[in-house]
Design a protein around this ligand. Structure first.
Ligand SMILES: *[C@@H]1O[C@H](CO)[C@@H](O)[C@H](O)[C@H]1NC(C)=O
Ligand SMILES: *[C@@H]1O[C@H](CO)[C@@H](O)[C@H](O)[C@H]1NC(C)=O
Ligand SMILES: *[C@@H]1O[C@H](CO)[C@@H](O)[C@H](O)[C@H]1NC(C)=O
Ligand SMILES: *[C@@H]1O[C@H](CO)[C@@H](O)[C@H](O)[C@H]1NC(C)=O
Ligand SMILES: *[C@@H]1O[C@H](CO)[C@@H](O)[C@H](O)[C@H]1NC(C)=O
Ligand SMILES: *[C@@H]1O[C@H](CO)[C@@H](O)[C@H](O)[C@H]1NC(C)=O
Length: 372
């Protein structure tokens, strides 16, 4: 998976005009006056490209098997199954073409496991269950968390304990967002379908709490705009399916439960984008969203003076199909990938461990980094 800014940097030697990035393309070096300067710039471009290729460890799509026979086989031990999930553990080769990765939850593997992954939620309520035996010298402990800092307690107790971080946050050692866009191999011809007979705005919310910013925003929006609300205390989902329900609407309120850098969840990727609705987002600032998707793929609550102006704009788009379709145009070039908890996470972690067997480091300031 790639971030938009990284994608553009990687492609820059070929493309003169990056579409989503405001950065100067590396291709600009050809105009440099001095050959020496041009060479130095080109070299740094190459180094940046190389480093970027090391930083992102995409899970290969199932149809592109990786042939890396030199890779050591790695064992990843899951110390606690996240949320006690009873899901079967993945076969990383079968499911993600990731070779040489063994994922186990059998604690007897501790002494020879290359890495132990600990999920934050269980870690903070089960301190007494941490491994008693000393950590094998080359073993890495991986801190895994997909909740935002607002919902992650006791972070300060974790300083100096882990070797790698895994989260939705860009800059994690193992970075895995809730979803991402993948460029389509054959693109350009798919017509953008916009079904008629759609409702206007849907919202699915399971945890209604008056203190939340998203609920407060809804109260201010509701005098100007009718929103069909689904969830525990509201209408039941059609067929128990968020995607089936939301696919009958033009817009979806992808409001995050808390506002933090990169914290963009399945509310955007699955609830809105997979359902074919245009997301109206409330969360980190617009520039943060633009790291992950084109600027015209979403509407940000922050783009407007207030809820009233937002409501007026959505109604305006409702009456102007051509304008509305602009928000769907990106679909010709990209598919949405929603990461699959937790199989994809374990295989991505195992692959990252394989690729960093000789790395020796400790995360000294975990709380400081994650909360920033
Ligand atoms: C990894 O495991 C596979 C299957 O168990 C085995 O065929 C292969 O030789 C192993 N590779 C290494 C480098 O140990
Ligand atoms: C892995 O692949 C097998 C066989 O295709 C499938 O039955 C299983 O559901 C997959 N597991 C996951 C977690 O994707
Ligand atoms: C990692 O570094 C520490 C301190 O520098 C050292 O004691 C330890 O042996 C190293 N571990 C490995 C696997 O290189
Ligand atoms: C629901 O929201 C409240 C207030 O933000 C929060 O304290 C609580 O942890 C949330 N519950 C769940 C299950 O997410
Ligand atoms: C509910 O699911 C069933 C089976 O997947 C499907 O045939 C039916 O059309 C769905 N109903 C609605 C209202 O979408
Ligand atoms: C992992 O972190 C621990 C705790 O600081 C440290 O002792 C150990 O050397 C680190 N191991 C590796 C392989 O980085």
């Amino acid at each position: 998976m790639e971030l938009f800014s990284e994608r553009e940097k990687r492609k820059c030697p070929k493309r003169a005009k990056p579409r989503f990035s405001r950065q100067k393309p590396c291709g600009a070096v050809v105009e440099a006056q001095s050959n020496a300067l041009a060479f130095a710039l080109m070299l740094s471009c190459l180094i940046i490209l190389f480093v970027l290729s090391l930083l992102s460890l995409p899970i290969p799509a199932p149809d592109t098997p990786t042939q890396r026979p030199e890779m050591k086989n790695s064992t990843l031990l899951i110390w606690w199954l996240p949320f006690g999930s009873g899901l079967p553990l993945p076969d990383c080769e079968l499911n993600y073409s990731a070779r040489g990765c063994t994922v186990t939850s059998d604690r007897r593997a501790y002494a020879h496991a290359d890495a132990v992954i600990m999920h934050h939620r269980e870690l903070i309520i089960n301190w007494e269950e941490l491994p008693e035996k000393p950590r094998p010298p080359a073993q890495k402990w991986i801190w895994m968390n997909f909740e935002s800092p607002s919902h992650s307690g006791f972070l300060h107790r974790l300083d100096g304990m882990f070797n790698l971080t895994m989260s939705y946050r860009v800059g994690s050692d193992i970075f895995l967002p809730y979803g991402y866009l993948q460029r389509r191999r054959f693109h350009g011809n798919r017509p953008v379908r916009v079904e008629r007979h759609r409702g206007l705005v849907a919202w699915v919310i399971s945890n209604w709490s008056e203190e939340q910013e998203r609920v407060q925003f809804y109260y201010r929006l509701q005098p100007y705009l009718h929103v069909d609300i689904y969830g525990r205390d509201f209408r039941p989902l059609l067929n128990d399916s968020v995607v089936e329900t939301v696919s009958r609407y033009k817009f979806y309120l992808a409001f995050e439960n808390s506002c933090h850098t990169d914290y963009i969840t399945e509310k955007l990727w699955r609830n809105a984008l997979v359902s074919g609705a245009v997301p109206v987002v409330l969360g980190p600032p617009r520039v943060n969203y633009e790291r992950f998707l084109p600027a015209d793929a979403f509407i940000h609550a922050e783009d407007f003076k207030g809820p009233r102006a937002l409501a007026a704009y959505l109604k305006h788009l409702d009456r102007n199909p051509a304008l509305y379709r602009r928000y769907q145009r990106w679909r010709r070039d990209y598919d949405v990938h929603v990461t699959s908890f937790w199989a994809e996470h374990f295989c991505a972690a195992c692959q990252a461990v394989q690729a960093s067997l000789h790395v020796n480091k400790t995360i000294r300031h975990l709380a400081l980094w994650f909360e920033s």
